[in-house]
Design a protein around this ligand. Structure first.
Ligand SMILES: *Cc1c(COP(=O)(O)O)cnc(C)c1O
Length: 224
């Protein structure tokens, strides 16, 4: 790969998003780009802020909370996108503007009484119970729990495309699940889907929040 700068890669991804939106008959203005900075140092986040990025994604509490503290007072908005232990949920709600990985009752219970936070219900499209997300059969019950919890503002649905399925088909299933969610929660219209390699397919299937890491940041350092 030729040596490209962060600014170049960000511009390329923004252009790709614009292109995918146009070909899907959508406006890029309805899309929120979340740049996933997990495992990368605070310095990279500062560079992104200088490039006008404000929505940032992290998947581990310890790392996210350290970055959020170091960058307090900047325009950074933190999206928590990883599997979340109930014991850490309240602490995450202190700095996160949105939690994308609400996937079980015990987590909803842990977030009741926490600082109010936007959230997405994560569904597991893979059929592998080891992956995060509520299974499709549990979607309505979990939605009802979230709607009954004052501190949670339900924005929509979230998923990661399974490794063994075409993203287009996985995201088409997600769109149908989003419609099921909206029957219970008409205002929860957002869809958090699409990563470095499948964001165009996600945009075609109605994604509103793209979580893109390595295509912008370059390869991730190994986690410490
Ligand atoms: C790491 C991660 C991403 C970004 O992945 P890339 O392939 O680097 O774009 C998106 N969503 C979740 C849940 C992640 O953990």
């Amino acid at each position: 790969m030729t040596d490209t700068s962060l600014a170049d890669r960000l511009a390329m991804v923004r252009a790709g998003i614009g292109e995918a939106a146009r070909s899907a008959g959508r406006s890029a203005d309805e899309l929120t780009l979340i740049v996933v900075t997990k495992f990368h140092p605070e310095g990279l986040v500062r560079e992104l802020l200088e490039l006008g990025v404000t929505d940032l994604g992290e998947n581990r509490h310890q790392e996210a909370s350290a970055k959020a503290a170091a960058l307090a007072g900047t325009a950074a908005r933190w999206h928590f996108i990883g599997q979340l232990q109930s014991a850490k949920a309240k602490a995450v709600a202190e700095y996160a503007s949105a939690i994308h990985s609400v996937d079980r009752d015990s987590l909803v219970t842990a977030l009741a009484g926490a600082r109010p936070v936007d959230c997405f219900i994560q569904v597991n499209l893979s059929g592998d119970p080891g992956r995060g997300g509520v299974d499709e059969a549990g979607l309505e019950a979990l939605t009802a729990r979230v709607l009954g919890t004052d501190s949670l503002r339900l924005r929509g649905i979230m998923a990661v495309a399974p490794l063994d399925e075409e993203p287009a088909s996985a995201f088409a299933r997600l769109r149908i699940l989003s419609e099921r969610l909206r029957e219970l929660a008409p205002r929860a219209t957002e869809i958090s889907a699409g990563m470095s390699h499948d964001y165009a397919a996600a945009i075609r299937e109605g994604a509103t929040h793209l979580r893109i890491g390595s295509a912008i940041t370059g390869n991730r350092p190994t986690p410490r």
